[in-house]
Design a protein around this ligand. Structure first.
Ligand SMILES: [Mn+2]
Length: 617
């Protein structure tokens, strides 16, 4: 009774204040937001109900770039506090489970079963036969950072619409995802799960899926494209019918982990313009074993638009359970308040099939006043396919066109770095981008230079827009054998040797133009395979391996005085045998003629500087 009176009084005071100060009071009380939980289906809602309606009307968003967070209103009388959201009964029950794949273990098929797996492998790109042996509600082990167990999150969190686009997804992988969402989410927090079908033609994706969903769940719906739309437009189709507060996009062959949801929603409760990505774990495509990929990194790109990662910052490393800022999302899995998603115009509807959409959304959310974080305590496993089972759509370079749309709308003068590496982009027709430019102008979004300097500030150090020259390049001649290193256009993980130098006479062929690159590795010119040494014994093999640019096993430096090519990690020197023509690593010996190498061109000052560099800089 007393409580109710107090509450009533509070409302009355709030109402009076509102009348007195009008919009000013609104701004103060609600952090500039009309309720983010506006009633669904009302004519002022920002969400179009017809999936075919083109999104044009962006709600009024004043001064989006003032840098202030915009928390979600939970009502004046509600007490906000941080609580432990773990479902301990559920966790204990899962720990009791035994059987194939339980606790995230690998499933090893019998010799007889191995013979049966091929048909399903071919159409899925992963071992779906193996998936079928695992219970839909299998347990996975808790591989989160130990500090995640004590993390607390707001007691009031927005609810979520999970959007899962799929095309011919395998039955058990799709259903296991939905079951994991239902079992591992706090009651009521999943407003709905939307299975967005991109015109699948496998029989089980049709009526059997509808029947299963209707029989088992009241909060799952299936929406279907009328023709093949591709990933981007299928995500949009799902998002347009979603009516929850937060959109969570997932890939269709995932499993969500223990207490995955509150860490994704908590930063959005603080500011609806924060986008949150989970950590992505690996579900093995062969055995369905569940394991960590790594302990986190910040998302980035190189200037050919390959997705890359940047190391965590010192402050991020100090707080391993806290969300950290990330410049670019990996793309498939993220949570975003639907209001923010639609304020930004969703995905550019002119992007086709797939490719570039993660850059588009990342750039615009940052440039237009938002933030993106990775939440280390929210972990979701994903089956990285062994191969793509679907044919190329055969409509030309749609990815190049997507990339150019993103570059033209968001990247200002930095787009040139992309075009320098892919000159044919200059001739691609992007189609009409005026709607996208209008969004950028309307939201008063910052220039790309701001993004590069404030958000992706360390990207140029790892992925320079203009490649620095190599330390040394050309033929690498062994003075003992009087022959040159020849990588013979080989790939990983192959070895290579020495051959007569091409420059020494006609009739010699091969691949002898190498470089000690600015990455501080040895590689054939214009290729992405590097000398890689993983042992430190006598005559350790040197293999070609995909360049990682992170030094380590691939770090080499050159001693101009002794002419040795030194590998700091193994503390050995590059050596060769004239008879067998083999190249290998040996303990360094200043007197050994076969450890002396010359380059055709050397950047002397830089090479001397590199020689002084300690191993871990
Ligand atoms: Mn996938």
């Amino acid at each position: 009774m007393r409580r109710n009176t107090t509450r009533l009084l509070k409302y009355l005071i709030a109402a009076v204040l509102l009348l007195m100060f009008g919009p000013f009071a609104m701004k103060q009380l609600f952090g500039n937001e009309p309720s983010a939980r506006a009633p669904r289906g009302n004519p002022n809602a920002f969400l179009p109900n017809d999936p075919d309606i083109k999104i044009k009307d962006i709600p009024e968003v004043p001064d989006v770039n003032d840098g202030k967070p915009r928390a979600i209103d939970v009502g004046v009388s509600d007490e906000l506090k941080k609580i432990d959201w773990h479902n301990y009964a559920q966790i204990a029950a899962e720990q009791q489970r035994t059987g194939p794949g339980e606790q995230g273990a690998a499933v090893i098929l019998t010799a007889e079963e191995e013979k049966q797996k091929d048909a399903l492998y071919k159409v899925n790109g992963f071992n779906a036969f193996c998936s079928d042996k695992i219970a839909l509600d299998r347990a996975i082990k808790d591989i989160r950072h130990p500090e995640c167990k004590s993390q607390k999150y707001w007691n009031k969190l927005p609810n979520a619409s999970v959007v899962i686009p799929f095309h011919n997804e395998h039955w058990t992988t799709l259903l296991r995802l939905v079951v994991s969402i239902q079992n591992r989410s706090p009651p009521g927090m999943i407003h709905e799960v939307i299975l967005a079908d991109d015109f699948s033609n496998k029989e089980h994706c049709g009526k059997p899926l509808d029947d299963y969903v209707n029989e088992h769940w009241s909060n799952v719906k299936v929406v279907r494209a009328k023709k093949r739309e591709g990933l981007i437009r299928t995500r949009l189709m799902g998002a347009k019918v979603a009516t929850g507060d937060v959109l969570i996009f997932l890939d269709s062959h995932c499993e969500v982990g223990i207490n995955w949801l509150p860490p994704l929603l908590d930063p959005i409760q603080d500011d609806y313009r924060t986008v949150v990505c989970p950590f992505i774990d690996v579900i093995d495509f062969e055995t369905f074993a569940y394991r960590a990929q790594d302990e986190g990194a910040r998302g980035a790109f190189d200037w050919e638009f390959f997705y890359k990662r940047l190391p965590l910052l010192p402050d991020d490393l100090k707080h391993p359970a806290r969300p950290f800022k990330s410049p670019v999302m990996a793309g498939g899995l993220f949570a975003m308040h639907q209001r923010w998603f639609w304020e930004l115009g969703g995905y550019d509807p002119g992007l086709d099939i797939w490719g570039g959409e993660q850059y588009e959304l990342s750039f615009k959310l940052w440039q237009c006043g938002g933030t993106m974080v990775d939440a280390p305590c929210s972990r979701i496993g994903h089956v990285y396919r062994k191969f793509a089972p679907f044919p190329n759509p055969g409509i030309g370079d749609f990815i190049g066109r997507n990339y150019k749309r993103v570059a033209e709308v968001w990247m200002d003068e930095y787009k040139e770095y992309l075009y320098k590496r892919r000159p044919h982009y200059r001739n691609i027709d992007t189609g009409d981008i005026s709607d996208q430019l209008a969004i950028r102008q309307k939201l008063n979004c910052k220039p790309f230079k701001w993004f590069m300097e404030e958000v992706a500030f360390d990207l140029p150090k790892h992925y320079p827009p203009v490649e620095p020259p190599p330390y040394a390049e050309g033929e690498v001649k062994n003075l003992g054998a009087n022959m040159c290193i020849d990588t013979r256009f080989r790939g990983q993980p192959e070895r290579f040797g020495i051959e007569p130098c091409i420059s020494d006479g006609p009739g010699h062929g091969g691949e002898q133009n190498l470089e000690l690159s600015w990455h501080k590795d040895m590689r054939p010119k214009k290729r992405n395979v590097c000398f890689d040494v993983s042992t430190s014994t006598v005559k350790s093999p040197v293999i070609l391996y995909s360049c990682h640019g992170m030094k380590g096993n691939q770090f080499f430096k050159y001693n101009i005085n002794t002419k040795q090519l030194f590998h700091p990690v193994s503390r050995q020197c590059l050596d060769a045998d004239a008879g067998s023509k083999e190249v290998f690593m040996n303990p360094c010996d200043d007197n050994s003629k076969t450890q002396q190498w010359t380059f055709q061109t050397i950047n002397t000052a830089e090479v001397r500087q590199l020689w002084k560099e300690p191993i871990n800089s």
